[in-house]
Design a binder for this molecule. Structure first.
Ligand code: GDP
Ligand code: IMO
Ligand code: MG
Length: 426
């Protein structure tokens, strides 16, 4: 059976965690394929909230093998803390596997992330300051340390000494900071973390392919989203990995023919955290309302998310670059109280109507949304369990988005709880 991908279609926080958990029920393995602890994936089960950063969203099921793929960047201190938090809540993490080929986030990556942001001043990206960019940069520079290096202290120290020969020059001479100490890092990573991480290190490629070959269900879980993608996002206001569905191939070690269903997760409106263009951004009371009702504050960083109307131009691009087979529309209930809704169907770019995402960033900055207005439903839909019971205006809103975007909207979220969803196909 080919694998299924869950991918964010906007600027993150669409509800990937909830829908990964939901779809994972029918699977045997969930693999995170990129990003690191910049992600915050929330699951609400029986009223209890779980905020996951590195651990795949299948962790709550006993029958699932959760795998951190080679495309992820792993801070072992954060991974262990997250596992401790989960274990304290009664979640068994013993089955968790971590690819030995995943790269490590080191303490100096985090420091460099903050220093780069400070250096950019007003032009800062608004990163999560978790060291994501510098860790992927070292990977590309071939200066990275990998999870498998935790298994061999001699190689770990050799590689660390090489990279610090370079990084300490940058820290002291470019940023006027103190050099970092190899012994301190080795004590933390090799003495404290390695003994607990090593039992989880595995050959993730073998695990994934054995699962695929024996007919098991494999779910490839993306973090971040299409417009935060290093190649396809609103560069430079992006993350440093490839969240798009293609990233699932490199980040989990499968070829395109191993993938079948590709589920794009889209919020019924949009949010963005950090800097960057956002054509449908709202600065008014309706924006505040969406933030309040949708609790639009970062799962881990606590930052207020910027709100805006649903943007069909972006979504058409997301359909293309991810080969989406369907969309899961989340947080429809957050729109419950509004008397009318706007959907961006095209952009006006310097007087020209544009229906596909402009490739040139200046055009995106100049884009004014062209909206179509739809009536709201002003009914609480959080308890609705069948699509047939949705108010007509809510059903029409979904159908309108579906027609605009061109792929079926199958799952619809009507609340944060695991059971609060509708399946329009079942
Ligand atoms: P992710 O990063 O894509 O996994 O999304 P986050 O977990 O960062 O943010 C999504 C937030 O919306 C979380 O607090 C979820 O519990 C919540 N959520 C997910 N789906 C729904 C939904 O359909 N309705 C409501 N009201 N909340 C939802
Ligand atoms: P999930 O998986 C929303 C944003 C940051 C910043 C940019 C670069 O929960 O959807 P980085 O630390 O990655 O170098 O920051 O990307 N960002 C996210 N925004 N959801 C996320 O993850 C994000 N991960 C990174 O705010 O603008
Ligand atoms: Mg999130």
């Amino acid at each position: 059976m080919p694998a299924t991908v869950v991918v964010g279609t906007q600027w993150g926080d669409e509800g990937k965690g909830k829908f990964t958990d939901l779809v994972a029920k029918e699977m045997e393995m969930v693999v995170r394929y990129q990003g690191g602890h910049n992600a915050g994936h929330t699951l609400v089960v029986d009223g209890e909230t779980f905020a996951l950063q590195l651990v795949p969203s299948g962790i709550l099921y006993d029958h699932i093998t959760p795998v951190i793929g080679n495309g992820v960047v792993v801070d072992p201190r954060v991974l262990l803390a997250e596992m401790d938090t989960l274990e304290a809540k009664g979640v068994d993490c013993s089955a968790l596997k971590v690819s030995g080929n995943a790269h490590l986030i080191m303490p100096y990556h985090q420091e460099l992330d903050a220093l780069h942001e400070r250096h950019l001043g007003d032009g800062k990206l608004g990163t999560t300051k978790r060291g994501i960019g510098p860790a992927y940069a070292d990977k590309a520079m071939r200066l990275g340390l990998r999870v498998q290096d935790l298994q061999d202290p001699k190689i770990f120290r050799q590689k660390l000494d090489v990279v610090l020969g370079h990084t300490n020059q940058v820290l002291t001479k470019v940023f006027n900071r103190l050099p970092v100490d190899a012994d301190e890092i080795a004590a933390q990573y090799l003495d404290e973390c390695a003994p607990r991480v090593i039992p989880h290190i595995d050959d993730a490629i073998a695990l994934v392919h054995n699962a695929l070959e024996t007919g098991q269900g494999v779910l490839l879980e993306g973090a971040q989203a299409t417009f935060l993608d290093l190649d396809h996002g609103t560069y430079p206001f992006v993350t440093s990995s490839n969240p798009v569905a293609g990233g699932a191939c490199t980040g989990a070690g499968v070829g395109p023919r191993d993938i079948g269903r590709i589920i794009g997760i889209a919020k019924a409106y949009i949010t963005r955290v950090g800097s960057g263009p956002f054509p449908t951004e709202l600065f008014d009371d309706i924006g505040d309302h969406l933030v309040d009702v949708g609790h639009e504050y970062g799962t881990n960083t606590g930052r207020r998310r910027r709100p805006g109307w649903f943007d069909a131009v972006m979504m058409r691009q997301a359909v293309r670059v991810n080969s989406l087979s369907e969309i899961a529309l989340t947080k429809l209930d957050v729109l419950d109280a509004l008397d009318s809704l706007q959907v961006c169907v095209a952009y006006d770019v310097n007087g020209t109507r544009v229906e596909q995402m402009p490739y040139h960033q200046s055009e995106l900055h100049a884009a004014t949304p062209i909206y179509e207005e739809l009536p709201g439903w002003q009914t609480d839909i959080s308890g609705v369990t069948s699509p047939d019971d949705l108010p007509a205006n809510a059903a029409d809103y979904i159908a309108f988005l579906e027609a605009q975007v061109g792929v079926p909207i199958r799952l619809v979220g009507v609340g944060p709880g695991r059971e609060q969803f509708l399946d329009r196909v079942a």
